[in-house]
Design a protein around this ligand. Structure first.
Ligand SMILES: Nc1nc2c(c(=O)[nH]1)N=C([C@H](O)[C@H](O)COP(=O)(O)OP(=O)(O)OP(=O)(O)O)CN2
Ligand SMILES: [Zn+2]
Length: 126
């Protein structure tokens, strides 16, 4: 079994609605996101999935958040609080559905979102 990881990043503002403290106020983070893929089947080049392909797919998802106020865009504008937990799950679902991953031996196993170098959340399917 192989585990392959790629990292991406975006800068965005948010507020954690109803948070009992300063995080309820508008503020920003340099969000860092790691996607971990697992699988056993390598292609003819000996790759689970090309790092370039994986990074491009992750970047395409993250681009929708870069330099936005997250609370303004769906689903955060529709009542989902833009916490690291919700971001990790939503980015996971969107990345797992990308067509670049189809036909590769790589299955998205985990998606980690760092709000800061000391605070992160990892989402997995189970
Ligand atoms: N489980 C979660 N807890 C918190 C989240 C979250 O998404 N999930 N988010 C926040 C706020 O977004 C806040 O901006 C981050 O909090 P924190 O890491 O405490 O940030 P600080 O810069 O204030 O860290 P210090 O180490 O206290 O300086 C809060 N909690
Ligand atoms: Zn925050």
């Amino acid at each position: 079994m192989y585990t392959l990881r790629v990292e991406g990043a975006f800068e965005a503002a948010h507020r954690v609605v109803d948070y009992p403290g300063k995080c309820d106020r508008l503020h920003g983070h340099n969000w860092v996101v790691e996607a971990a893929f697992r699988g056993t089947q390598l292609d003819d080049l000996g790759m689970l999935i090309d790092f370039k392909v994986a990074k491009k797919a992750l970047a395409a998802v993250l681009d929708d958040y870069d330099h936005y106020y997250l609370n303004d865009i769906p689903p955060f504008s529709e009542g989902v609080n833009p916490t690291a937990e919700n971001l990790a799950r939503i980015i996971y679902e969107r990345l797992a559905a990308r067509e670049e991953l189809a036909g590769t031996g790589a299955e998205l196993a985990a998606l980690t979102v760092w709000e800061s170098p000391k605070s992160s959340v990892t989402y997995t399917k189970d």
